[in-house]
Design a protein around this ligand. Structure first.
Ligand SMILES: Cc1ncc(CN)c(N)n1
Length: 220
């Protein structure tokens, strides 16, 4: 069994919890409130900056030129392509650049962003990739799962088609292949740390959606 197949199997129950959480159920049937999706979009736009930065650090740590290009391209996609999806929703929900800039990172966004940035700078290349993998893989699987059961004329169609789309899935297959390559030459100790990093980031994915559903704010 490949390393990534092993990681997926180990986290299968967590994925099922994410798949069936209220945010994703309501996103699929088109009943998710605009208020919740708006909260998610603003927080996600903050998150993508950290995600792009972490990918750029991963590119700098890569041990071969193909992977430098792969993760530099990933950083470009996170900042430019995913942000343009957000820009359309921001316009639709009347979120001006000033409103976005004045909205602080929620506790969950702060936690997830800080975790990725800290890991990117302080951990070894294989562990950085394992921490970044859920951001790709879970979104791809959730995107396809939601597409398969989405209501007709779903107001969040463009979100669904971005993450269910072939362009995103091709990038995800590439990241999975790289994680398997890196894991195949890593020590047992590094592979253990990769498992821990993957599971931690996957839990943060759950926290991120859950926090948007709860319209999370700082308690003080
Ligand atoms: C929180 C989160 N995780 C992952 C993705 C997909 N890049 C995203 N847009 N937002």
């Amino acid at each position: 069994m490949s390393f990534t197949a092993e990681i997926w199997q180990e986290n299968a129950a967590l994925f099922e919890t994410i798949r069936t959480m209220p945010f994703n159920q309501e996103l699929a049937d088109g009943t998710l409130s605009q208020e919740r999706f708006r909260h998610y979009m603003i927080q996600d736009a903050h998150y993508l900056i950290a995600f792009g930065r972490a990918l750029a650090v991963a590119a700098a740590k890569a041990d071969n030129t193909d992977e430098i290009v792969q993760f530099a391209h990933g950083a470009h996609t996170a900042i430019i392509v995913e942000r343009s999806l957000h820009a359309d929703f921001m316009e639709q929900f009347n979120v001006s650049p000033a409103t976005f800039a004045a909205t602080p990172l929620s506790p969950a966004t702060h936690h997830y962003s800080s975790y990725l940035i800290a890991t990117a700078w302080s951990a070894s290349y294989p562990v950085v990739l394992a921490a970044l993998l859920p951001c790709f893989w879970i979104y791809a699987e959730i995107g396809r799962d939601i597409l398969a059961r989405a209501a007709k004329n779903n107001p969040y169609d463009s979100w669904i088609s971005t993450y269910a789309g072939e362009e995103f899935h091709a990038a995800v297959r590439g990241v999975i292949a790289t994680v398997d390559r890196v894991a195949s030459v890593a020590s047992a100790e590094t592979r253990r740390d990769m498992h821990i990093a993957y599971t931690h980031a996957a839990k943060l994915e759950w926290m991120f959606w859950d926090s948007a559903y709860r319209l999370e704010q700082w308690p003080v």
